[in-house]
Each structure stands twice: as C-alpha cells, then as structure tokens.
Write a protein of this length. Structure first.
Length: 318
C-alpha cells in the first residue's frame, strides 16, 4: 500500500489527465486474483468524497456474498438488548479504529472478507485484526510449497498478513502489515499508525517508520521523512519539535513517538513503488552516508549530505 498522501496525489493527477474516465482503486493480493475490495474514486479525489461514492458503488455492485451478514451484525428481527454506556464506549472505540485506518472499499461481489483474531475467530465491526478472505477468487495453493500453503490457507480463509478493521457499513479499512510492528519497550508499535500521524503535518510529503536495535528498549521507533521543502537543519529541528503534537492529534500514546528522526532527500523504492524500509535500515546500521538519500548538516553549519539524524536520549527504566 502507498502512503495516503502519495495515493491522493496519484489519484488527483490521474483524474486531471483522464477527466471522462471512471477510476476504481482496489485492495488485493496475487493469492486472491488481485480482487478483495474495491473503492470507486470520486471526481473530487478526496477521502470523504470517495467514501460517499464508494457506498453508492457498493450498493449497485452487490458487494459481498448475498444474504451473508457482516461479522458482528445482529440477525434481522432478533431482539437486541441495548446498554447506552456500553454502546457509547463501543462506538468510540470503533471511531478511533476507523480514524486510524485507511479506507480501501467494499468486498468484491461473490467474495467474503472478515477480520480475524490471533486464534482465527471472526471479530465484530470496529475491532482490528488480520484481514482474511474466502471465495472462488482464492488460489488453490503455492506451486510446490505445501508448508507455505498450509500457513496461508487456514480453515477456508486466505490470511493476507495485513491488519484491518470493518466499519458498520461493511467497508474495509487497512491498518498496516502484521509484520510491520516495532517492538519497543515491551509494546507493539504499528508503523502505519505512526506514519499516518507524521503525514498529517503540512511539512511532510512521505514517511517511513521502522525499528532499530536499542539496548534499553529492544527496538527504538525511527521515522524517515521526506519533506515538501528542501531539507535543512532548521526544517529537521522543526519537525522534531512537532512530533509530540502530531502524536497527540492522532490519539497515539507517547511510547509510539519516534526516538530518532531521519530527514531524507528521497525514499528508496522497489519496482512496485513501495518504500524499501529495509534499505534505509541497512544504511543507518552500516553508517553509510548515502548522499543521494540521507540529509545531514555538517558540524560547521554548511549543508552536506550524510547520515546525520536527529534523536532523543533513551531513558533506562529500572
């Protein structure tokens, strides 16, 4: 998945070039024939406008399997006991989960999408877990890799390895990769949530969050950032000072705050356009200046390119 700001920019450019075309964004993987959910793109290209267009598109396309209720939805006609305090807490938790995730649309017609916990039990709407799908679009298995097939196809589900949450309307929201977690100080920090918080800054064009080894924490949270403006020492300091506010605005705990900020000229990208976090991690661990990627002011104040990063001391908990 591309960071939200990149996806928005690409959509806006495509809509501007092909004004009469209708665009549909999909969330998919090769194992599911590249079709799990779809999201019609509105002319406005914004997330809110897209959601309105998608809800109308989902109704006309008959998203999901006809007659199947969404996970956690009550059966029509069944009595439902109401508890105002419980419902208010559940709704607040759902709102927070949906706010922190990226809308990727509704299940493709004839398929089923569910959110599973670690025991592979279906979770209700608003709960974050692993995205799973089933239906005729799912592969039979990996060629001559039976062990990998058994790990991926379990109890009739294709396990995507992605975190997600279903909204009350059945819409799927992407929350990051399960393996893309930084284990810092005994806490799991989802990289996607921290990246989304950073992208809320008007200064930030791209963000990549990952972990680096740390004696006290096991791993420390590191943020690599490409800014809209050319990198300078002043800009790096400004972004560093802005971090606590960005975390608060996103509703994230302070233990998720990056302990190290790396200002980059550009992100290393793979063939599919995804940011290669492993390459940034490798450069930092090796102390490689990587002048084409990493920015650093020298000790005299003149701007050079190197591997300087902004960081904060790590407290040792006793």
């Amino acid at each position: 998945m591309f960071p939200q700001s990149m996806a928005d920019a690409q959509r806006a450019r495509a809509l501007g070039l092909f004004r009469r075309a209708q665009f549909v964004q999909t969330y998919a993987c090769t194992e599911a024939c590249s079709s799990i959910s779809f999201l019609p793109i509105s002319p406005g290209g914004t997330r809110a406008a897209t959601a309105d267009a998608a809800s109308a598109g989902a109704a006309s396309a008959g998203a999901g399997v006809a007659g199947e209720a969404s996970a956690g939805a009550p059966v029509a006609g069944a009595p439902v006991a109401r508890d105002a305090a419980r419902d208010a807490g559940r709704d607040a938790a759902m709102d927070a989960a949906l706010r922190d995730a990226q809308l990727v649309g509704w299940p493709v017609a004839g398929t089923r999408v569910a959110i599973l916990d670690t025991a592979l039990r279906e979770l209700p709407a608003g709960a974050i877990g692993q995205i799973a799908t089933s239906g005729p679009h799912v592969m039979l298995g990996y060629w001559r890799q039976p062990a990998l097939t058994r790990e991926t196809l379990v109890r009739g589900w294709l396990l995507t390895g992605d975190l997600g949450v279903l909204g009350p309307d059945g819409a799927l929201h992407f929350a990051g990769r399960i393996k893309d977690l930084v284990k810092s100080g005994g806490e799991n920090v989802p990289a996607a949530l921290v990246e989304r918080a950073l992208l809320a800054s008007p200064l930030v064009a791209q963000a990549a969050v990952f972990g680096l080894p740390d004696v006290s924490l096991g791993e420390r949270v590191v943020a690599a950032v490409v800014a809209h403006a050319p990198p300078t020492a002043e800009l790096q300091g400004q972004l560093w000072a802005e971090l606590p506010q960005l975390m608060r605005q996103a509703g994230l705990a302070q233990y998720m705050r990056p302990r190290q900020l790396v200002l980059c000229h550009a992100m290393p990208l793979g063939p599919s356009g995804k940011v290669l976090k492993r390459e940034i991690r490798r450069l930092l661990l090796a102390g490689d200046p990587a002048p084409d990627l990493l920015y650093s002011p020298d000790q005299a104040g003149a701007e050079t390119r190197g591997a300087h990063t902004h960081s904060t001391p790590v407290r040792t908990e006793k």
